[in-house]
Design a protein around this ligand. Structure first.
Ligand code: HEC
Ligand code: HEC
Ligand code: HEC
Ligand code: HEC
Ligand code: HEC
Ligand code: HEC
Ligand code: HEC
Ligand code: HEC
Length: 504
């Protein structure tokens, strides 16, 4: 009889110890209030939150994880009032109330709707800081405050009208902009007073948010902060696993102008992801190469902390251009990546807000140096070398550099043709104070670099040969230039004919 009771006692002690080790922490009374009511009115939100790590760990316990590489919060201290409780509704939606233009009185609480990078930074300061140094955090500003890019946006979004003088277009309205470019680049979210809404609980007052909902990466928030962490860590699970899967990035990096996801999907790596990822562990921190996954996703090459046998292969970065040497995205030529994530400060020698001259020469003063390019490249190459040989890696990057050079060369031909059309008066170019993007020959020029040269380079950088050849690749690039050449020739013939007629 003695032995079993001792076993039971031991088991009880073990259970107690074990429970303590994974102690889940309690929910604050404020958050319990939110949950009690919200599980009736927005049950989906409560369920998602319950599945998140936020509902399971207190910031204190998260900080105390002994191995730094395994820690999931970067704050070394967190506010005393959050120490004892898990991260519930109140711990996010009541933060920094005075900074939030969208703070409102809600069932006795000062709640704000849009939880921003500034709020997340209370517990995740390093991620916020790095993210702010990212092109993505500046995506609204980079597009809307650059007169040339804004003009490109207007020429695409403006409603075209057929008049006796030909086709003209109006300025797009704010809702069209929000439904177009700003879906990905981010809107400005502002508050326009309060508004009464009929809800399932009857009439309630809420701040009237303009430019919302939106999850664009460079969104300007009602507390003045930039970006939306929810672009990759969707509310309310805020999962690391989701951010590591390529489909998350694919939401914005897919179209013919930016086809990273499209090329990845048909690359060898994407292939391995499709066929083998059901065996991978997307939750593990750090992400152990070979053990947790066997082929890279977007996150592995661009963001993740990667280890092998406890050795760090790459540090985690939310400043995603840390690992990039080139800007493959042609504006209109590929160029060394910009020094500052705010690209509106760039001026080329011609005074235009572009990172290259129309002749192709880079605006070097604003772009990283050769040494910095080499350093970034080394960082990403260390990742390749975990699974590939030096010769494989070198062969790959030699090919990529060639494709960058060659595709830039082809863009020169397209640019020379549109410049000829402007010079001969066949189209109204910037020297006449007109948009360089809105007439048929100009749109062909835009297509040549924005779609075809870009696609060719993305295929070289991340696989997916079809996208470098017949699917928006070299074939379409050559074809477009031939068409532009023929169009200029045709216009030459027409104008010669007109002059001959005038002379007769
Ligand atoms: C007594 C019930 C109740 C309590 C308590 C409550 N809410 Fe709500 N809340 C609601 C209802 C109902 C809505 C409206 C849902 C709708 O718009 O259909 C709502 C809406 C919201 C919204 C969305 C506002 C918008 O305009 O989109 C947020 C954010 C929110 N609540 C957060 C909280 C937080 C955080 C707490 C706790 C601090 C909390 N709520 C407490 C009932 C409650
Ligand atoms: C463009 C996508 C993207 C955005 C936007 C983004 N993240 Fe992440 N985040 C990731 C990826 C990918 C990982 C996985 C990193 C890894 O595997 O090491 C990650 C990981 C994390 C982690 C887990 C770190 C750990 O130690 O386990 C935290 C916390 C985090 N992000 C917070 C944020 C915050 C806060 C913001 C907003 C300021 C943000 N993220 C914006 C992609 C993103
Ligand atoms: C980790 C921080 C965090 C926690 C915890 C959290 N939220 Fe949120 N909540 C957010 C973010 C971020 C958004 C999205 C805001 C945006 O990007 O526009 C959001 C949005 C919302 C919205 C509006 C979104 C919609 O789809 O209508 C409601 C309502 C809401 N939260 C309620 C809650 C409730 C209830 C809880 C607790 C069960 C909770 N939140 C817990 C950060 C949080
Ligand atoms: C009050 C502190 C606090 C705030 C505010 C907070 N978090 Fe967290 N976050 C935590 C804790 C605690 C964990 C769990 C860490 C652990 O399990 O070790 C966590 C984990 C995470 C993770 C990793 C999840 C995973 O699956 O590994 C992500 C991503 C994350 N938070 C994003 C956010 C974002 C985005 C916001 C703002 C919308 C935010 N957090 C706001 C404390 C916070
Ligand atoms: C589906 C998402 C999405 C939409 C919609 C979108 N973009 Fe983008 N945009 C991106 C991505 C992704 C990049 C980054 C490309 C890269 O570096 O690979 C980008 C980058 C840019 C840049 C470079 C800015 C700089 O200086 O860094 C410009 C200009 C631009 N986009 C213009 C536009 C215009 C104009 C529209 C609307 C007509 C638009 N975009 C719509 C996703 C989008
Ligand atoms: C909601 C849309 C969106 C999502 C989701 C998104 N991005 Fe982006 N990304 C953008 C936009 C827009 C830009 C361009 C910003 C600019 O040029 O101003 C960009 C730029 C980038 C750049 C910078 C390129 C450079 O030259 O510096 C990298 C790298 C990048 N994204 C990687 C990722 C990865 C990896 C993911 C997924 C983990 C991801 N993005 C998810 C919209 C998005
Ligand atoms: C095997 C590693 C690898 C994977 C996987 C990968 N990339 Fe890349 N990515 C690269 C390399 C290499 C470059 C070019 C680096 C340079 O600047 O020289 C690049 C460049 C980029 C750029 C910069 C484009 C620009 O305009 O400069 C973006 C954005 C990007 N990748 C997004 C993604 C997305 C989204 C995914 C997943 C769908 C992805 N990448 C998957 C290696 C990878
Ligand atoms: C986690 C391991 C892993 C990492 C990291 C990795 N790869 Fe791979 N890669 C693979 C595997 C596995 C294959 C498939 C090899 C095969 O076809 O047998 C592959 C295939 C390739 C291919 C396809 C060749 C072809 O002809 O189809 C290229 C190119 C490539 N990798 C380049 C790179 C580059 C460049 C990097 C770094 C930016 C990189 N890889 C990082 C595992 C990795």
């Amino acid at each position: 009889m003695k032995a079993p009771s001792l076993t039971i006692l031991l088991a009880l002690m073990m259970a107690l110890l074990f429970t303590d080790a994974i102690a889940v922490g309690t929910t604050s009374s404020d958050s319990s209030d939110c949950i009690e009511c919200h599980q009736d009115f927005t049950p989906g939100i409560v369920v998602e939150w319950e599945r998140s790590l936020h509902s399971q760990r207190t910031p204190k316990r998260a900080r105390e994880v002994a191995d730094e590489l395994e820690r999931r919060i970067s704050a070394t201290t967190t506010p005393a009032e959050t120490e004892k409780f898990v991260v519930g509704c109140a711990e996010c939606h009541l933060l920094n109330p005075e900074k939030h233009e969208d703070t409102f009185e809600h069932n006795g609480f000062q709640v704000h709707v849009v939880v921003t990078p500034e709020d997340c930074a209370v517990c995740h300061p390093v991620e916020r800081e790095q993210y702010a140094e990212n092109l993505m955090a500046n995506a609204y500003h980079n597009l809307m405050s650059n007169p040339l890019y804004k003009n490109l946006a207007d020429s695409i979004n403006g409603v075209r009208i057929h008049t006796d003088e030909g086709i003209t277009f109006d300025q797009p309205n704010a809702l069209s902009e929000a439904d177009s470019c700003l879906m990905c680049h981010g809107t400005i979210v502002t508050v326009d007073g309060m508004e009464t809404k009929q809800t399932l609980m009857g009439e309630m007052d809420f701040p009237k948010l303009i430019g919302w909902p939106n999850k664009g990466v460079g969104r300007i928030n009602p507390d003045g902060s930039k970006g939306a962490c929810t672009a990759c860590h969707t509310r309310h699970e805020f999962s690391i696993a989701m951010a590591r899967k390529p489909d998350t990035c694919g939401q914005c990096h897919k179209g013919p102008d930016v086809p990273a996801y499209s090329v990845y999907k048909v690359s060898k790596h994407g292939n391995l992801y499709s066929s083998a990822s059901y065996k991978w562990d997307f939750e593990a921190v750090p992400w152990k190469l070979g053990e947790d996954f066997t082929a890279p996703t977007c996150a592995s090459c661009h963001v993740s902390l990667l280890t092998f046998s406890g050795e760090v292969i790459a540090e985690r970065t939310h400043r995603m251009n840390d690992r990039l040497s080139w800007r493959l995205f042609g504006l209109p030529y590929a160029h060394p990546r910009p020094k500052s994530p705010d690209t509106t400060i760039i001026r080329n020698k011609a005074g235009l807000p572009l990172p290259t001259e129309l002749s192709g020469e880079p605006a070097s003063e604003f772009l990283i140096s050769d040494e910095e390019m080499a350093k970034s490249r080394e960082t990403i190459q260390m990742i390749c070398l975990a699974c590939h040989s030096t010769q494989w890696k070198d062969g790959f990057f030699t090919k990529l550099d060639n494709t960058i050079e060659v595709s830039n060369e082809i863009t020169k031909a397209a640019t020379a043709l549109v410049a000829e059309a402007w010079e001969k008066g066949y189209a109204n170019g910037p020297s006449k104070g007109h948009s360089p993007f809105d007439e048929a020959i100009e749109m062909k020029w835009v297509k040549s670099w924005l779609f075809y040269a870009n696609s060719t380079r993305f295929a070289a950088a991340m696989g997916g040969a079809d996208y470098g050849v017949f699917q928006n690749g070299r074939f379409q690039l050559s074809e477009t230039i031939e068409e532009m050449g023929d169009w200029v020739k045709m216009m030459d013939m027409i104008s010669t004919k007109a002059e001959e007629q005038k002379a007769e």
